[in-house]
Ligand binder design. Structure first.
Ligand code: ZN
Length: 282
């Protein structure tokens, strides 16, 4: 069982709300770089099981957390992967996973401010899968062996940019600066009783906009890994944003978009909360 975090650029474990610095506590056995742990995940897990909190371990200030995976080689994202979201978008359920990318430079910490790039920026709470072991042509039956764990993600989307022409351009419209807040922790798979059923929610300024469970995914996590790894090699640290449930702003009556000063709260039970304030474009 493990909660990995990135505290101001240093990798660590979160235990009872406190920070155990991986590099200093292990006398340099493990890297201080949050990306450096991926080649040694099993060792970190085994070592972490024996670590107890000391008086000198600081309390985790959520505002100081960076993106738990700051520089993945690849970030995959899935469109229309919940039935109610496909319905509200007026589109048929996809027969194959609809895959796009969020460029990794959009990743941000769980409390990052989000500069709004237009008057049509929207929210999408998502479960994010973190790959732990390379996956190449992996069957759904073996897919969980390649997953390190989950974090919460927001697939912030500028609908004006996304749908500025036909066909739409998903990747750019969802990759502006800070459009990919993730965290607050990477929670290992063994922390979940049922990794196929996680409750996720999104609120904007306290108003609940989205509420669902990952049991409602059209393509489950193992199916996504089988599909993507049939074409691309998934690398340790890669992310998969698995799609958003119904309740986004752009298809509401009346339409509802994010405004400067509003706070988006995105939550998954057993993982934690992202709290991102929207600001004017800078
Ligand atoms: Zn999405």
């Amino acid at each position: 069982m493990m909660r990995l975090i990135n505290l101001e650029g240093r990798a660590g474990l979160e235990v009872d709300g406190r920070f155990i610095d991986l590099a200093t506590r292990s006398d340099g056995r493990f890297s201080s770089d949050p990306m450096g742990i991926f080649p040694m995940l099993d060792e970190v897990r085994a070592w972490g099981a024996d670590q107890a909190i000391g008086e000198r371990d600081p309390e985790v200030d959520p505002k100081r957390l960076g993106p738990v995976v700051p520089r993945p080689a690849q970030v995959f994202a899935i469109g229309l992967n919940y039935k109610d979201h496909a319905e509200e978008a007026g589109l048929p359920e996809p027969q194959t996973p609809m895959v796009f990318t969020k460029f990794p430079s959009c990743l941000a910490g769980p409390h990052a401010e989000i500069p709004l790039t237009s008057d049509r920026v929207d929210w999408e709470v998502e479960q994010v899968v973190v790959i732990g072991r390379e996956a190449k042509g992996v069957s759904a039956a073996r897919a969980w062996d390649h997953v390190a764990g989950f974090c919460v993600g927001q697939d912030i989307s500028d609908r004006r940019l996304q749908f500025s022409d036909k066909p739409p351009q998903f990747s750019l419209g969802k990759s502006a600066r800070a459009f990919g807040p993730i965290g607050p922790a990477l929670v290992s798979l063994d922390e979940f009783d049922d990794p196929d059923r996680l409750v996720l929610r999104c609120r904007v300024d306290g108003e609940e906009m989205q509420s669902s469970t990952t049991a409602n995914l059209i393509f489950s996590v193992p199916e996504l890994i089988e599909y993507i790894s049939g074409y691309c090699t998934l690398l340790p640290g890669d992310l998969i944003f698995t799609g958003t449930p119904g309740g986004v702003g752009s298809v509401r009556e009346p339409r509802r978009y994010l405004r400067a000063g509003e706070t988006i709260e995105s939550e998954i039970e057993g993982i934690g909360l992202l709290s991102n304030r929207c600001i004017e474009r800078i």
